[in-house]
Structures are given as C-alpha cells and as structure tokens.
Design a binder for this molecule. Structure first.
Ligand code: SF4
Length: 189
C-alpha cells in the first residue's frame, strides 16, 4: 500500500466521521466543534480543562473558543469554577447533563460498529498504530501531545493507587492518571 492510499483512507474516514458528527450535533442542537470541545473537557485533567487548554488542543483562536464555551455553558453542559490557587484561572467542568449527552452521542454508531467488529488484538493493534502515528506527527509539528497522564514521564507511582506529578509537585489519583494533560511529555528513551 502506498502512502497516497494511506492518506486517502485517513481523509475519507475523517470526512465520514465529521459528517456523522454534524448530524449528531443537529440532533442535540450543537455545532460539531461544541460537541468536540465538550468531549475534550470530559477527558481533560485539572491542568487542561481551561479555555487555554481547549485553544491549544484544537488550535483555535481565543474568540472561537470563547464563543464555543459560552454556547456550552448556556446549554448547561459545562460549568465554570475558579482555580483554588490562582484566581485568574477558570476550570470548565462538564455537568451531569453534559456527561449524559456525551454518553448518548459518542462514540458515533459508525465508529462503534467498526470497533465492535474487531477482535481484541486488532483493537489493540489499530489503536497503537494510530497513537504512534499521531505522536510522530505532533512531534514533527512541535505540537503538544495531550497524552494520557499515566504514560507521562513526570508521573511517578507512590504506592497502591497513589501517584505523584513530578512537574507540578501534586498528588494524582488513579482517576487523574486516566485523563489527558496539556503538560504531558513522552518518557525519554
Ligand atoms: S504527570 Fe504529566 S500528564 Fe500527569 S499531570 Fe503531571 S504533567 Fe500532566
């Protein structure tokens, strides 16, 4: 298979997923970027669930991010809360209604159908290939990886179910380690 064909498949899959997301958005009165931002916020840790985190993750301007977040807040899908240490920082938490909406709408039926048709070993293989591909492209473009906390070089285990972030010098729960982070860095090899 040539790289051309690989690119063509990726583009066509992306375009199908985008058009399905548009339809889902219509169903819930949300634009695709609003649905994507809501999903991002449900996956982002406390260092990343901020307007700046949304901006960095999607490569959007402050203005677009602000409009997107206002729409989500107006619909009661997210809630703002000030940071306990730095009053200038605002965290964006997904509300119960937001989580319910995400549960009903994602992953899309097309993606779920494909995924459920794969064997466990194929799911692992496909995920790993795409993860590596994404990582290489992000590195080549000088972008943040927004990886899973448990795979970060700053994550250190301090006992059963206890973790510590060597960068921020804060404790992490087991749940924190399953979230994505804008400060994430790959372990050095
Ligand atoms: S260990 Fe890494 S990913 Fe986890 S909170 Fe710290 S910087 Fe973020």
């Amino acid at each position: 298979m040539s790289a051309y064909l690989f690119q063509e498949y990726i583009e066509r899959i992306s375009s199908l997923i985008r058009s399905e997301a548009r339809l889902t958005g219509v169903e819930y009165d949300l634009q695709p970027i609003q649905l994507s931002a809501l999903y991002y916020l449900s996956r982002a840790n406390r260092y990343s669930n901020t307007p700046q985190g949304v901006s960095d993750y999607f490569g959007l301007t402050k203005g677009t991010v602000s409009q997107t977040l206002k729409a989500l807040e107006k619909k009661g899908l997210i809630q703002k809360s000030p940071d306990s240490k730095d009053g200038r920082v605002v965290h964006l938490k997904v509300t119960g209604s937001g989580r319910k909406l995400l549960k009903q709408s994602l992953p899309s039926p097309m993606v779920s159908g494909f995924w459920e048709g794969l064997k466990k070993s194929e799911q692992t293989q496909v995920t790993e290939i795409l993860r590596q591909q994404l990582l290489q492209m992000q590195m080549a473009n000088g972008m943040k990886s927004f990886g899973l906390c448990r795979t970060c070089r700053f994550n250190s285990k301090k006992g059963e179910g206890k973790f510590f972030c060597e960068l921020t010098k804060e404790n992490l729960s087991m749940n924190d380690t399953e979230l994505i982070c804008r400060e994430h860095e790959q372990p050095k090899v």
